[in-house]
Design a protein around this ligand. Structure first.
Ligand code: GRF
Length: 213
């Protein structure tokens, strides 16, 4: 059984989507820990309710980003998860952590990358005037929201949408895409080829290789 660690800084609704997918057996994995930089994150309550161990690495308790990142890396290594999911983790992951865990960290971003990376992606989309936006699950590399893309889902941007309305519509797709990407990872179906992620189709278990009607 694959072990998943989730990093979240706030509300944790994407973390909840992972918890729910594990509970209903659509994600064959175990969540071995929630790691947060924010002692007030609502995600902590969700972890407690689900019986998932919580590891708080309080950013404000460290004298520098470097010392914080060193402490965070120790926690992540100790967890020895197969997959680390950034689910609303609101900091850039430093190069030392990426080097150590490359290919094992995925992130959910509320825009169709490579458009609108960084903070306030939904606001950026509205201000630009795009008619379609969405979400992206991608592997994390040293850039800002630049790693190889695993899954994307599109939603319309409607006339008169404000940031919250668009964010809500995108969030529904996030909650679908993130557990699905985690499942593909846990089933060993993802291969990174340069900037591309190849997704191996589901095993065909029918006796003669044809689809069973
Ligand atoms: C989501 O929109 C996610 O894409 C972005 O931050 C938000 C976190 O929401 N990175 P939640 O904490 O999962 O509810």
């Amino acid at each position: 059984m694959k072990q998943i660690a989730v990093l979240a800084s706030g509300r944790g609704s994407n973390f909840q989507a992972i918890i729910d997918a594990i509970a209903d057996n659509t994600l064959p994995a175990r969540c071995c820990g929630l790691v947060t930089d924010n002692p007030d994150a609502y995600a902590i309550i969700r972890a407690n309710e689900a019986g998932i161990p919580v590891f708080i690495v309080d950013f404000s308790a460290y004298p520098s980003k470097e010392t914080y990142e060193r402490a965070l890396l120790e926690v992540l290594k100790d967890l020895s998860a197969d997959l680390y999911i950034l689910a609303g983790y609101m900091r850039i992951v430093g190069p030392a952590i990426i080097r150590e865990l490359e290919g094992k960290i995925i992130n959910i971003h509320p825009a169709l990358l490579p458009s609108f990376p960084g903070l306030h992606a939904q606001r950026q989309a509205i201000e630009y005037g795009v008619k379609v936006s969405g979400c992206t699950v991608h592997f994390v590399d040293e850039g800002m929201d630049t790693g190889p893309i695993i899954l994307q889902a599109a939603v319309p941007v409607l006339e008169g949408d404000d940031e919250d309305q668009l964010a809500g519509r995108i969030l529904e797709e996030e909650h679908r895409c993130l557990p699905k990407a985690a499942r593909l990872y846990c089933e060993g179906r993802l291969t990174i080829r340069g900037t591309r992620v190849l997704i191996r189709p589901e095993e065909d278990n029918s006796p003669d290789g044809r689809e069973i009607p």
